[in-house]
Each structure stands twice: as C-alpha cells, then as structure tokens.
Ligand binder design. Structure first.
Ligand code: IMP
Ligand code: MG
Length: 175
C-alpha cells in the first residue's frame, strides 16, 4: 500500500494473530458454560472485536456503542458523549467491553460505571493495546493484548485523521 506518512511496524500481523488467539482461548476458558456479550466501542475496536470473536468458542453476542470524549479545556471536560447507543439491554448479561487502546483512560472511566449501572451479570474489559505511561484515570484491565510505549499508533482499527484503520498491523506514525 502506498502511504502518505512514514509508518513503521510496531506489532506485526502475525504477532496480533497469535495474541488474539491467546486472548480468545483465555476468554473461552473463563466463560465456559456461559454466553459472552461483546460490546465493541466504534470505530477503533471493530477489527479487533471481529478477530477476537472468531477465536472465542463459547456462544457470542455482539453490540456496538460509539462515544466521543470531550478533551480537557472544554466545559464538559471529562464527560463523554454517546453518539450511538447500544441496541440491546445488557441486564443480566456477561459483558466484555472491547477497546482498541487505553490512553488516558478518560473514555473508559465514564463508560464502565455507566454500563455497570445497567446491571449486567458481570462486566470485564479487554483492550488490544495499553499505553500505561499516559494514564490519568485508574482503569482495571482484565484482558490486555500489548503494552506499548507512548507513541501515536495506527492500524488494526486505529486511525490518524480517519485514515490507516485498515492496515493489518500496528504501526507508529512519524509525523
Ligand atoms: P482515552 O480516553 O484517553 O483512554 O482515549 C482512548 C481513545 O483515544 C482510544 O479509544 C483511541 O480512539 C484514541 N487514541 C489514543 N491513543 C491513540 C493512538 O496512539 N492512535 C490512535 N488513536 C488513539
Ligand atoms: Mg477507541
């Protein structure tokens, strides 16, 4: 693919495949005898959610939510705006929220309590990537793919200006 930016591979497609199989196997074991309800946070988590769902061997249902977080410096700083609500109730369900990357933790620090209020039977968090150096809000991560350094990454759902989501690997953008 001809790219407009200089992008170097941080996590290869093969490493991602192997990690997703490992996570899927772990989740399948942890949820044996249950049905797992995956909540994909649009748009970034879509590629990871699809690949992970294919590696889970217990019954899976899916729903999608889209949120935008207001950056610091706005009046609503710290609150999130729901752009697309879930289609179904999560009451009584065993939910796993699927995130692409945890950065400051702001998004999840609002989303997780909001979802817990809806009375799921259980609620866990699975993220493909974690940038722990950037954390401002405490987040409990149950399943983590890779810890990465404080670099801006794209691919596998992650974008720079809405581009590069379709790269099959995680790359660092050299701006
Ligand atoms: P948080 O609320 O600060 O944890 O932000 C998480 C969201 O910011 C992620 O779901 C991404 O949409 C976005 N984000 C954070 N770091 C990156 C990155 O390196 N590349 C692309 N998007 C990022
Ligand atoms: Mg996201």
């Amino acid at each position: 693919m001809k790219l407009e930016h200089d992008i170097s591979v941080l996590i290869s497609e093969e490493e991602l495949d192997n990690k997703i199989l490992e996570l899927g196997t772990k989740i399948s074991k942890d949820y044996e005898g249950k049905c797992v309800h995956l909540i994909c946070i649009l748009k970034g988590s879509i590629f990871f959610t699809c690949e992970l769902a294919k590696r889970i061997t217990v019954p899976v249902t899916l729903d999608f939510i889209s949120v935008s977080s207001y950056g610091s410096g706005t009046v609503s700083s710290g609150s999130i705006n729901i752009k697309k609500e879930l289609d179904e109730s999560i009451e009584g369900k065993d939910v796993i929220v699927i995130e692409d990357i945890i950065d400051s933790g702001r998004t999840l620090s609002f989303l997780i309590p909001m979802l817990k209020d809806r009375k799921p039977n259980s609620l866990k968090l699975c993220t493909m990537l974690d940038k722990p150096e950037r954390r401002e809000f405490g987040i409990q991560v149950d399943y983590n793919g890779f810890q990465i350094p404080d670099k801006f990454v794209v691919g596998y759902g992650l974008d720079y200006d809405q581009k590069y989501r379709n790269l099959p690997y995680i790359g660092v953008v050299h701006l």
